[in-house]
Write a protein that binds this ligand. Structure first.
Ligand code: XBP
Ligand code: MG
Length: 224
């Protein structure tokens, strides 16, 4: 497989961030006096809706308390600030094999991209915590959050990343942890390797190029 670029999902793929997201949502809900508490089990179901603002909206509607768009935006902004704090204070590590794969691809002259439903701010937060670098020092292109109108499983965020990288889908490989992400990558015409994460284990990954426990067992073919 001749490759010019690797494109990474963020949450669950680069690092096991989703539990910190869940705690940040709950802290923001508590501060706002909403009395909502998303358990691990409930969050697994809620993750079927990609994007934090969209997830809040679906939950609010499901309990018969639809929130105005600006209230959701304010709640989500607070959640993002709490998440940044949790990441900065915690000991988040990249998932096994991530750091080495990115370094190898970089040294082989490949382009590196991000395609995620989370916000650009959260991608920065993660890069600083994991690589102690700015995102632009690690990745050539970041397609994130509201940069596209429709989030995963829609292919938009992958198509945007490919456009920024200037690479066609047959020359790139995507890395995902979820069925929604896999569907997005495939719909953009990309092959996709899946490393299921704690919240996505057991989902349907039938159309993946490979399903691996972690990127430690992924072998990148490097040509001179
Ligand atoms: C996973 C998501 C995100 C995070 C929360 O995205 O669905 O919504 O749960 O992020 P991916 P925000 O795996 O594509 O990175 O609250 O910032 O939306
Ligand atoms: Mg993910």
């Amino acid at each position: 497989m001749e490759l010019d670029a690797l494109i990474f999902d963020v949450d669950g793929t680069l690092a096991e961030t989703e539990e910190l997201h869940r705690r940040a949502f709950n802290a923001a809900f508590a501060e706002a006096g909403l009395g909502w508490l998303w358990s691990v089990g409930a969050y697994r179901d809620l993750l079927r809706t990609t994007g934090g603002k969209e997830r809040i909206a679906v939950h609010a509607a499901s309990i018969g308390l639809p929130l105005a768009t600006q209230d959701i935006a304010a709640l989500h902004a607070r959640k993002t600030a709490i998440y940044a704090d949790l990441v900065a204070r915690g000991d988040l590590r990249p998932r096994p094999g991530v750091r080495a794969l990115i370094a190898l691809a970089r040294s082989a002259g490949m382009k590196l991209g991000i395609a995620t439903t989370t916000s650009p701010a959260n991608v920065e937060t993660l890069c600083r915590a994991v690589w102690a670098r700015e995102v632009a020092e690690v990745f050539d292109a970041v397609a994130a959050g509201d940069a596209v109108a429709r989030k995963k499983p829609d292919p938009s965020v992958y198509l945007l990343c490919l456009e920024h990288l200037g690479v066609s889908p047959d020359r790139a490989l995507a890395f995902e942890d979820s069925a929604n992400g896999l569907r997005a990558a495939r719909a953009a015409g990309l092959r996709c390797v899946v490393t299921p994460a704690i919240y996505t284990e057991g989902e349907d990954f039938d159309c993946a190029e490979a399903v691996l426990p972690s990127l430690e067992s992924f072998r990148l073919q490097v040509t001179d």
